[in-house]
Design a protein. Structure first.
Length: 180
């Protein structure tokens, strides 16, 4: 077994941790950047997302700039107009096997009675998907946990955050990942 790599995934927003792309053409910003329309996405600069359902933009992305109804990512421009059914989620497709080592999450204030969850979307299919951990954040806006038991993932699995965030609280999440 080779060296272990510790990685930190950062998710930051003020709306739900998942959404759909608008039925609007992707805009070429030049210099390897594109703008994607996603009404009310609520994401912040530096947040990681995973896009799925597109022809040309599926995969892991870091948000480089935001406006109320769009975000910019680094990607080679290829003309495409999403149908409005494609999605984004605070998450990442894993490029190698490893495990989830911990989470540090914070809301700017106590929110509604809803769970924030770490979900593993398995590359083996939905029979292998599961919720790794979940925390109700309606009485304490902080969730910090280091896992003593390893929560394994495989190459190609998507590790994502689910959080409805119906009260639009600002959230900041650091997910610690160890990769083989």
């Amino acid at each position: 077994m080779g060296d272990l790599i510790m990685d930190q995934l950062v998710f930051n927003g003020a709306a739900a941790a998942t959404g759909t792309l608008d039925n609007s053409a992707v805009t070429d910003l030049g210099a390897g950047r594109v703008r994607i329309a996603a009404t009310g996405h609520g994401q912040k600069v530096g947040s990681y997302i995973y896009i799925s359902g597109t022809t040309n933009y599926d995969g892991n992305h870091k948000i480089l700039a935001v406006a109320a109804n769009s975000f910019d990512i680094e990607a080679k421009f290829v003309a495409e107009t999403p149908a409005g059914t494609e999605s984004w989620v605070n998450g990442q497709k894993m490029d190698r096997p490893g495990w989830i080592a911990g989470i540090a999450a914070k809301l700017n204030a106590v929110g509604a009675a809803e769970n924030m969850s770490i979900v593993l979307d398995s590359n083996r299919g939905s029979d292998f998907d599961f919720t790794v951990d979940s925390q109700m954040l309606n009485t304490d806006p902080n969730w910090v946990e280091m896992y003593s038991s390893k929560m394994y993932f495989e190459k190609g699995d998507i590790v994502k955050i689910t959080f409805a965030n119906t009260t639009s609280k600002t959230y900041a999440i650091r997910l610690l990942i160890e990769k083989q």
